[in-house]
Write a protein that binds this ligand. Structure first.
Ligand code: ARG
Length: 471
């Protein structure tokens, strides 16, 4: 623990802070990363004070430049954080005073750490949302590319993890694209509510100086002002919402990871994961383990946990700011870091994984996957669907007893179940025909997949979330 530095509030206190309390209350070891946003916010605040007639032009310029020098010092790694100064805000203020002298002490006029930290965290959150959106966009782009290439590749579709109907691999990959599309919509929506300005709320009641908050918003690229000073310093919805969006996004990544894990199991043998993305066993020489994917699945639990932490953090807080809110940062930061890492590594895996199209087709053709098509063909020959379902069930049982697929049956063998059956009907029961019959919008037919992939490409052409310039 460093030597205790004089506190800004020392005037009111007769004795120094207990060293245990200093350690307990310090946050600079995790909120230090907010420094670019803290400096950006402080520069805007200095300009706002100048406009309000509180600081002279020269004082304002000295503060703005001094803050830039502090920034450069922190960037270069030369600055040292002092835990006895608690947080990033008080550390930077002390660095500023060291840099520019007495005038540095004027920076905090008409401001509180309460509106300062709320501003910093919103600046951070919106940048994080944009970065997350860019990563999700990149993963979507790889999915669409691979889906386009696999538009005709057959695979088996499951319900209950049991053979259901043949589908195309491109269709399956586009299902993942759609999940991410909604995640990105939610990110954009969270961004809208994040991008409002708390600065000017001061401690809780609003600054006592006639600061032009609209001007501050323009300087910082905020779309709107927080309209109530109490709410401005207390609201952390934007952090909770971000974690909620990320929890769901991580659930999606976890599902994708889980499927690839199954596909890569030798019992399936549908996918080969390149060595670079696998790890081995210290004991079993034959193993090639999908640890990266298992970790994505595992890390989704962390992000969901962080969402819960933030919800519980807020639930009984009275207005306005409470120190509880210092606990908002680690869950948010870790959710963002974790999700960014998972998006990036999953993209690499999706890009590199190799499909075994033969084994995929085998699975598509097995398990009587075209039984629904047989029932539909009987319907086309005038049989009521419920009867067609029953007849097909009998035919499947018959074929299973013989150990053959439906398209290998002879009509005479099964005409006992329905006179409507002819050779053409049985021969048509291939997975290729099955998928081709599902060409409606949203269906699995190769043409439908290609059409949706083309639309998806257009959606992606809009690019990731645009956002105000970063410090
Ligand atoms: N480090 C604090 C936080 O993260 C900053 C605000 C502290 N304000 C206060 N009045 N104690 O929330």
């Amino acid at each position: 623990m460093p030597q205790s530095t004089a506190k800004p509030w020392a005037g009111r206190f007769a004795r120094a802070t207990d060293s245990q309390v200093e350690t307990f209350t310090a946050s600079v070891h995790f909120d230090g990363r907010l420094y670019p946003y803290d400096i950006q916010g402080s520069q805007a605040h200095a300009r706002g004070l100048h406009r309000a007639g509180v600081l002279s032009e020269e004082e304002c310029e000295t503060l703005v430049k001094g803050l830039a020098q502090v920034r450069a010092r922190i960037d270069s790694g030369e600055a040292e954080w002092d835990a006895s100064l608690e947080d990033v805000h008080m550390n930077i203020e002390a660095m500023l005073v060291a840099e520019v002298g007495e005038v540095g002490k004027k920076l905090h006029t008409g401001r509180s750490r309460n509106d300062q930290v709320a501003t910093d965290l919103r600046l951070y959150a919106r940048a994080a949302q944009a970065q997350l959106d860019a990563e999700a966009h990149a993963l979507q782009s790889v999915l669409v590319e691979r889906a386009q290439a696999e538009a005709e590749t057959l695979m088996v579709g499951f319900t209950h993890l049991q053979t259901a109907q043949p589908i195309t691999l491109g269709h399956h990959l586009l299902a993942w694209y759609e999940m991410l599309r909604r995640d990105r919509q939610r990110l954009a929506d969270a961004f809208r509510r994040t991008n409002t300005l708390p600065l000017g709320a001061a401690a809780l009641a609003g600054s006592g100086y006639p600061v032009d908050r609209q001007y501050l918003a323009e300087l910082l690229g905020f779309d709107a002002l927080c309209d109530n000073s109490l709410d401005a310093v207390s609201d952390r919805d934007f952090a909770i919402e971000t974690c909620a969006v990320l929890s769901l996004l991580m659930v999606h990544l976890s599902r994708m990871a889980e499927e690839i894990i199954l596909w890569a199991s030798p019992a399936f043998g549908w996918v080969d994961l390149p060595d670079e993305y696998c790890t081995g066993s210290s004991l079993m020489p034959q193993k090639k383990n999908p640890d990266v994917l298992e970790l994505i699945r595992g890390k989704s639990a962390r992000v969901g946990g962080h969402l819960h932490a933030l919800l519980m953090l807020m639930k009984a807080q009275p207005m306005a700011y409470n120190r509880d809110n210092q606990e908002d940062k680690e869950p948010l930061f870790d959710s963002v870091d974790t999700t960014l890492a998972c998006l990036s590594v999953l993209r690499a895996v999706v890009q590199a994984m190799e499909f075994d199209r033969e084994r995929l087709r085998e699975a598509a053709a097995g398990g009587y996957s075209t039984a629904t098509d047989l029932a539909d063909a009987l319907v086309a020959r005038g049989v009521a669907f419920r009867d067609a379902h029953h007849i097909t069930g009998q035919i499947v049982a018959h074929a299973a007893k013989q150990g053959v697929t439906l398209d290998a049956l002879k009509p005479e063998e099964v005409q006992q179940f329905s006179p409507a059956i002819d050779a053409g009907l049985l021969e048509s029961l291939t997975p290729e025909r099955s998928v081709a019959a599902r060409g409606l919008h949203g269906g699995t037919a190769p043409d439908a997949v290609r059409a949706r992939a083309a639309q998806a490409r257009e959606e992606l052409a809009a690019g990731p979330l645009a956002m105000p310039e970063q410090p």
